[in-house]
Design a protein around this ligand. Sequence first.
Ligand code: 6PG
Length: 626
Amino acid sequence: MGVSGSGKSTIGKLLSQELNIPFFDGDDFHPKENIEKMSSGQPLNDKDRQSWLEVLNSLAIKELKKSNCIIVCSALKQKYREILSQNIETQSKWIYLSGSFDLISKRLNNRENHFMPLDLLKSQFDILEEPTGALQVDISLSTNEIIKTIKRDQIETSEFGIFGLGVMGKSICRNLAKRGFKISMYNRHLDDSEVEVAKNFKIQFSELSEAKAFDDITAFVNSLQQPRLILLMVNSGKTVDRVIKNLLPHLSKNDILIDGGNSNYKKTKERFDYLKSKNIHFIGAGVSGGEKGALNGPSIMPSGDKVAYEMVQPYLEAISAKDKNDLPCCTYIGSEGSGHFIKMVHNGIEYVEMQLLAEVTTILEALGQNPDAIADTLGGWKNTASSYLLDITAVILRKKDDDGDWLVKKILDKAGNKGTGNWTTISSTELGVPSTLVATALYSRFISFYKDERLQLNKLFDRTETSELNLSSMEIFEAYQFARIINHYQGFKLINEASNTYKWNLNLSEIARIWTNGCIIKSTLMQDLVETLKHDANILTNTKLIDCVNQYKLAAKKVVLQSLLSDIATPALSEAVQFLNGITIAYSSANIIQAQRDFFGAHTYKRLDDESGKSYHTIWEKLTNN
Ligand code: 6PG
C-alpha cells in the first residue's frame, strides 16, 4: 500500500518474481465508472471504493486457498484495509511504502505517460491514515534495498518472539510452535549457569525445528517481523524493567511488548505510560496454568491498548485453553494494568481455595483418615464440586516416597509465597473491600513460616485432644463448599469495586468464563458463575447460591465449632462463617465503634432517626479539671 507514485507496482512485481508468487495490481480491478471518474481528475469517494475493495478481498481469499499472492492497492484508510483483509486478518501482511509529498510529486512528474494533478496527490495525502501494524519501508531507499528489506522481514523473520526461557517461557514456545507459528526464542547468556539455553532447548523438541534460538538481543530483535511482537516471560519486579531497558534501543515505533509474568498491576500501568512515550505498545497479560497449562493451553488475561491487543490476539487466543463451547480462555480484559489486577485476584482466590483444602485435610486427618483415605474422600466430592485444586490435592495425598511412606508427610510445613496474595490483600485495603479470606489465607502462610516459634510455643501451651470430633464427611464437604462460595463472592466483589473505582468497565461473567479452563482455579463452581455474573455482580443475591449457602451454613458452623473445641486451626473456614454473619446482619456493632470514635476524637456520628445525613457530636461526659 501507499499513495500513487510510491512505487507499489514496481516493487510488487519484482517481489512476486523473487518469491515466485502471483502479483495483482489493484487498479486493474476498478469498475469502469471509477476509471472514468479518476481520468476526469475527480477523487474517488468511499462509496466508489466499497465494491472494488470487496472484489480485491475475494481475490485475496481465493489466492490464499492456493498459496500466497501480492496485491498492490493504495489502501489509504484503515477502513479500506479492514475490508481488504476481512476474514483473512491474521494471514494478511501489510507493507507500507512511505515517502514525502515532495519526493512523490517529483517522481510523478518525471514519469513518462503519466499525468497526475498535484491536487489529486494532495487529496491522497490528506486522507492517508498510516497503518499501525504494517512493515513501513522508506521509498527513498534503492529498489534493491526495498526488496531486500521486505524479503528479510517476510521470509527470514519470525512472527513472534519469546524473551526468557524459564519453565513457563519454554512451555509457551512449544505451544506456539506446535500451532505452526514462526517463533524466535531468546534467553540470556550467563557464564556457567545459563549457556546456550535457547539452542539446547531447540534441539530437544521436534516442534522447535523451525524456531530460531538466540542468546544475543540484537540478533533476536532483528529476527522478528515488524511491528515486532515480543512476549516477556521473565521474573516479575525489577527484571521486567531491566529487560525493557535492554530491549528498547533495538525496538522500532509500534513494536509490541507483552509482559506475561505475575507483575504488579500498578507497575504495568507505569510501564505502559513509559513505553507509550517511546512509541512502543505494552500489554500486561496475566497467564495462569503453570507449566502444563502454558504448554497445552493457559488462561490468558491481557490488558492495555486495544489496537495493540488486536495484533497479538490471534497468537494468544490460539495458544490459550478453550472453554466448554470451544471459545478461547483469553479475552481482552480492559485498559491499563487491569489484566494483571485480574490475575492477582485469581491468585488471591487460589490462595483461599488451597487453604480450605489444607484445612479440610487436617480435619479429616484428625478424624483418623490416612492420606489415601483423605484422597478417597476428596475424590468422592468430585461429582458435585470438581476443581483442578481438588484433583491435584488428591493426587498429592496418594504420592508415596521411595520408602513407601506418604511423601506429603515429609514436606516441611512452611508455606512460601511470591507476592500476589500480599498484593491482593493490599489492594483490598486500598479499595476498602473486605476480602477477609485472602488476608486469612495469606496470614496462615505467614504463621506457618514461624516454624521455630511454633515448636517453642507448642511446648508452652496445652492443646486439646481431638477425641470430641464427630463430623461426617458430608458435613465437611458442605462446610468446604460454603466457604468456597464466600471466597468467590469476595473475589468478584474486589474485581467489581476495582472496575468501578478505576473505570475499567470489566465484564465479570467473561472473566469467570476465561477461568473455566486452563487456570489453577478452574472448577464447576466457576462454570456456574459465568451465568450468575451475567445477571448480577453480587453472587450472593443469586437464588441458587442463597439456597446453597443456607443449606450448608449449619454444617459449616458445626465443623468450625468442633474444630475450635479440638484446637484444630481452621482460619479460613471460620472466617467464612464470621464473614457471612457480618455481611448479613441488619444492625451491626459499628454503632459502638462510632460512639467510641466520637467520644475520644469528636469524629461525629450519624443517627438512624435523622435521614438528612447530618453529623452529630455528643459531650459524652463532663470534663473535670484533674
Ligand atoms: C497460576 C499460578 C502461578 C503461581 C503463583 C503462585 O495461576 O498459574 O497462580 O501464577 O503458582 O506464582 O505463587 P505463590 O503461591 O508462590 O505466591
